[in-house]
Every structure is written in C-alpha cells, then in structure tokens.
Design a protein around this ligand. Structure first.
Ligand SMILES: CC(C)(COP(=O)(O)OP(=O)(O)OC[C@H]1O[C@@H](n2cnc3c(N)ncnc32)[C@H](O)[C@@H]1OP(=O)(O)O)[C@@H](O)C(=O)NCCC(=O)NCCS
Length: 421
C-alpha cells in the first residue's frame, strides 16, 4: 500500500477537487494561455455546471487521494478526457496513468480522445496518445487534439488513404526523405510496397537511409575526439567490399527502405556504411552525389531542391538530416574506415549519437506540419529551413544533442566539435 487510494468522486469532495485542478492549472497551464484562455478555462470549472453534468451522467470523475487529500483527478465522458490533473507535489508518481486505467476499466472504450494542453503533450504521448492535428487555439485555449486506440483496434490503411494524406499535405510531386515505421500505421494493405507506390503514384521522389554498418572496418588509427564506439586496438580488415548494387541493409532500418532496395530502377549512394536509397524521377540526382567523405551530400541536394522530410511514425531521434545540421554548425563528422572498390582501406564519415535529437523539437516546431494516416503520425518538415534551424540551435547550445548518458563517448566528443584533424 503506497498511501494513494483511487475512487469515483464523492460529491462532497467536488469543491476540493476543483480547487486542486484550479491550482494546478494556474501553475502549469495558465502561463501558456492568454487572459481570455484562462478565463474560459476557469468558467469551465464552475461547480454548478460540473454538478449538472455529473448528475446527467454526461461526465464521471475519478480521484486519487493521499492522506485524505485530493491529489489527482480525471473527468471523462465515454471516450473523451475532459480534465486530467495531478497535484504538483505528486507529479511523476504514476497517478495520471492509474486514473486513465480506471477510466478505461469503467468505459472500456476502443478509442479515447483528448485535447492536450501544451504542458501535457509529452505525458500523453507516453500514455499512448498520438496527435491527430497540429496545435489549435480557441478562445485563448491552446490545445493539441490527440487520440489513443485500444490495442485490439488495428487501423487498416489502403494505398488511397496514403495518397490522400500525401496530396492533402502538399507533398505530391515533391522530393521527400522518409524515415519510417511501417507498423506505426496499424496494418497497411500490401505492406511496404503500398507505401512506396503511394508516393510514386503521387509523383514524388523518395529518399531513405539504407545503412549497412557491417561494411565498416574496425578502428584503423587513433584520432582525438573520435570516440565512435570503437574498441581500443586496431584490427585487420574483414574483407567486405561495398558496391551500390548490393541489397544488404541493417535490420533496424525498417521495412520500407529494405523494400525500396529490392525495387527495379532504385538508386543507391556510394557510402559503404551510411548509404541512401532513392526511387522516383529524381532518384539518381539525389544519391549520385554521395561519397564516403560527403556522406550527407544527398541532404544538401535535397535542400537545394527544396525537398521535405517526412517522419512516418518516428521521432526526431531518427532524423538523419540533423547529423548534417551538426556538420553545418561547425562540427567534424566522425571518422570510420571501410574498403574502397579496389580493396584499399579508406576513411569514411559518419554521424554521431542521435538519441538526444528529440530536444531539437522546440527549434523546429514552427516548421512542422502534421497529419495522421491510420495510427501513424506523420511529421512533415521543409528540409532546408529545418536543417538550418537545427544547425543554429546546435551552435547556440552544443549540449542540445546530448543523449543524457554520462558515458556516451560519442556525445561527449561531438559536443567538443568531433574529431581533431
Ligand atoms: C500531465 C499530468 C496530468 C501528468 O500526471 P502524472 O501523474 O505526473 O503522470 P504519470 O506519473 O502517470 O506519468 C505518465 C507518463 O507521462 C510521463 N510524464 C509525466 N509528466 C511529464 C512531463 N512533464 N514531461 C514528460 N513526460 C511526462 C511520465 O514519465 C510517464 O511516462 P513513463 O511511464 O513512460 O515514464 C500532470 O503533469 C499535470 O497535472 N499537469 C498539469 C495539468 C495538465 O496539463 N493536464 C492536462 C490537461 S489536458
């Protein structure tokens, strides 16, 4: 027993509950709202109106109590959360998660919607919700519509659904770099091929990372600030020679790039470990500029051609173009080694640790457009402005890319500017 009890609200405690909600609102949400928004929200908390909704069973409230004091509350109708508030001193103790479970146990909904405050966005994401639109503002109240689907609900997605999303977000005919999780959709009829076809039929050229780390050689020489996860001692070559015709790809790259590689007419860049694959009218133009030294040349080309980045059910930690932003901010990219076409050992360039890239969210949020396809949240960015905004943010605060693990040699060295040459 941890001292917290969860019950449906006893009407005698309505006033105390609304006072807790009001206090939490003033501390965590009001700073993001205009005067009008604050007033509008406080009106919503009028006890008489809430009481009426409770009596009509339009609304139910469950609360968490600690030491006989209300410390959290969820107010919900069948499949919508109206209010979810936890007293400041009890944040991050799992109270919101438990209150949400109680709502689910009582209503058994197949989906739940919520209009998240700016403050609660990340918490709702952690609770399994996804944005269904960008931030809205009505009467001074800022919110992002979000949805949660019960695990049993698998959204079926067709090629037409994907084409519609491409057309509606203005991506038709564009050059797009995609980073994708196929499973984020739910179930796509026809799998990865359907996603690729949808983009091609909308006239797009698609570019995706098709990395093949296993073509790298163990460390060949020691270079200061080049802690790219190498062992301490130099090794012999493992003898594998990369060429652009191979279809090998690291398993963590996902089903879509893997399937792109198998398509006739695809183009693959020349970089033994960090190649890109492209399909569509401008495919060759995008990847033919890639070299072992100029690993991110396809991004510069995409920037010159005003292309877009589409994050399909994945976050900024998967946005490879941020490594290019690191380079543009003045960092040296890490050095690794591989065999060239003739079997000679050469230096190649690679990105660093990307686990901290979510922190660049605030630098790019104004550039972002969103849509949902099935269960998959698509985040769409203009590449040029996005890479430039990230480069600027990294210049201003080099620790912004830090992943948070004190022993991350890659982050530590990259923050200092990367290898000393
Ligand atoms: C949003 C709020 C209800 C979360 O309550 P909570 O009891 O602290 O949440 P929990 O402890 O159950 O955490 C649930 C998940 O969200 C994460 N989380 C909670 N607060 C977070 C925050 N401020 N930032 C990022 N993640 C957060 C938790 O880490 C947890 O994820 P995990 O299990 O993967 O670690 C609480 O912060 C709050 O009352 N905020 C102010 C009011 C508000 O904005 N309400 C939403 C109105 S729509």
């Amino acid at each position: 027993m941890n001292g917290f009890t969860y019950t449906e609200l006893d009407i005698d405690k309505l006033y105390e509950t609304l006072t807790m909600i009001r206090d939490v609102f003033m501390e965590f949400e009001a700073p993001d709202y205009s005067e009008e928004g604050i007033e509008e929200f406080l009106c919503f908390l009028e006890p008489d109106e809430i009481m009426e909704k409770l009596e009509n069973k339009e609304l139910r409230i469950w609360v968490c109590e600690y030491d006989d004091k209300i410390s959290g509350a969820i107010a919900a109708s069948e499949d919508h959360i109206n209010l979810l508030f936890v007293a400041a001193e009890h944040h991050r103790k799992g109270i919101a998660r438990r209150l949400l479970e109680i709502m689910k146990e009582n209503y058994n909904p197949v989906k739940i919607t919520v209009n998240s405050s700016p403050y609660a966005l990340e918490a709702y994401r952690r609770l399994g919700f996804k944005e269904t639109d960008t931030e809205q503002e009505i009467k001074g109240i800022r919110y992002t519509p979000m949805v949660w689907y019960s695990k049993g609900i698998i959204m079926k997605v067709t090629k037409n659904d994907i084409r519609k999303a491409i057309a509606e977000t203005g991506l038709s005919g564009e050059l797009v770099c995609i980073h994708s999780s196929l499973s984020s959709f739910g179930e796509v009829e026809g799998g990865a091929d359907t996603v690729i076809d949808a983009f091609l039929e909308e006239g797009c050229t698609i570019l995706a990372p098709s990395f093949s780390y296993f073509y790298s050689l163990p460390r060949v020489e020691i270079i200061e600030q080049n802690d790219n996860d190498y062992d301490d001692e130099p090794f012999e070559s493992n003898g594998k020679i990369y060429n652009t015709g191979i279809n090998e790809i690291a398993p963590d790259m996902g089903a879509i790039p893997r399937t792109m590689l198998l398509r006739a007419g695809r183009s693959r860049g020349y970089h033994p470990t960090n190649s890109f694959v492209a399909i569509g009218p401008e495919a060759e133009k995008l990847v033919s500029c890639q070299t072992p030294e100029e690993v991110y040349a396809p991004f510069q080309k995409l920037m010159d051609l005003n292309g877009k980045i589409v994050m399909i059910g994945v976050g900024l930690t998967k946005m490879t173009a941020i490594h290019y932003a690191e380079k543009l901010s003045g960092r040296n990219l890490f050095i690794n080694w591989a065999l060239d076409k003739n079997g000679n050992t050469i230096r190649i360039r690679e990105g660093s640790c990307s686990d901290g890239f979510d922190k660049l969210d605030s630098a790019v949020e104004k550039l972002e457009k969103q849509t949902t396809v099935g269960n998959s949240l698509w985040r769409i960015f203009p590449i040029k402005e996005t890479v430039e905004a990230c480069a600027e943010a990294i210049k201003k605060d080099p620790s912004i890319t830090y992943c948070g693990k004190p022993n991350c040699g890659r982050c530590n060295d990259m923050q200092k500017g990367g290898p000393v040459l």
